[in-house]
Design a protein. Structure first.
Length: 264
């Protein structure tokens, strides 16, 4: 009785945006075409397709395993600890916000009350109302800091974090900033701070050394080379041997030109 030949194993790599159903179909087609075993890693879970596998069954088994692992995690000590830490961080945020608001005015100072009221009236839904609440808390905290001697530029970023006790999105923060820029008494300063902050984040990193420092380093390297080549040795350059003293002369000349800042 002859031993069965082991089935070849191939790998299918899902593309970004591909669903488990699409990946299962593709893996099954590959398995049937090549008469092989096809392994797929989908969101770090293994899926194996054989020539006779049913793609729908593979997708169903994958989703069942996801649900099993999720339920296992929810019942684990790791999840309980993560929830404890999350609740603790939330309590810390609420304490910091309460302390900041206690040192701030009860209401914000508006330079365009009608624009503010129009925004409030246009955002009765939970998402929009949360953005309005955030804008008000942010402005109140900044006004409190300004009253104690800070500028908008000095307190805006830190106050924006303290004011967030509801987990706002970037879009909500952007909306709050635009609303305050137009309606709040310090809106123009806030707008200037925002523009400067965005520009600073987009600016390329500063060079680690200046051109003068780089030129000095090159001069030092050329002078070291000239000193090393002053003897009777030679330097191979392809099929040519360069005499050490000749190399030293060229190195010294280049060092002097770099030192004077002359074009090379």
């Amino acid at each position: 009785m002859s031993e069965e030949t082991p089935m070849e194993t191939m790998t299918y790599e899902p593309m970004a945006g591909e669903t488990i159903e699409q990946a299962s179909r593709a893996a099954c087609e590959m398995a049937r075409e090549h008469r092989c075993r096809v392994e797929v890693s989908f969101n770090d879970l293994p899926v194996v397709a054989l020539p006779d596998s049913d793609p729908a069954a593979l997708a169903t088994a994958y989703r069942a395993e996801c649900e099993r692992r999720h339920a296992e995690y929810l019942a684990s000590p790791a999840y309980a600890e993560a929830m404890r830490l999350a609740e603790e961080r939330q309590r810390e945020r609420e304490r910091a916000l309460a302390a900041a608001l206690a040192e701030s005015p009860a209401t914000i100072t508006l330079r365009d009350p009608s624009a503010w009221q129009a925004a409030v009236d246009a955002n009765p839904d939970p998402y929009g109302a949360a953005a309005i609440r955030y804008a008000e808390k942010w402005a109140r905290i900044m006004e409190g800091r300004i009253a104690r001697g800070s500028t908008v530029a000095e307190c805006a970023k830190e106050a924006s974090h303290v004011a967030d006790d509801e987990g706002i999105t970037g879009h909500m923060q952007g909306y709050a900033g635009r609303l305050l820029a137009g309606a709040w008494v310090h809106g123009e300063e806030l707008s200037r701070w925002h523009d400067a902050d965005v520009a600073a984040r987009k600016a390329p990193p500063k060079p680690e050394s200046t051109a003068a420092e780089e030129r000095a380093a090159i001069v030092a390297a050329l002078r070291r080379l000239a000193d090393e080549m002053s003897g009777e040795g030679s330097v191979p350059l392809g099929d040519v041997e360069l005499r050490g003293p000749d190399v030293a002369v060229v190195a010294r000349t280049l060092a002097e030109r770099f030192e004077r800042g002359e074009p090379r």
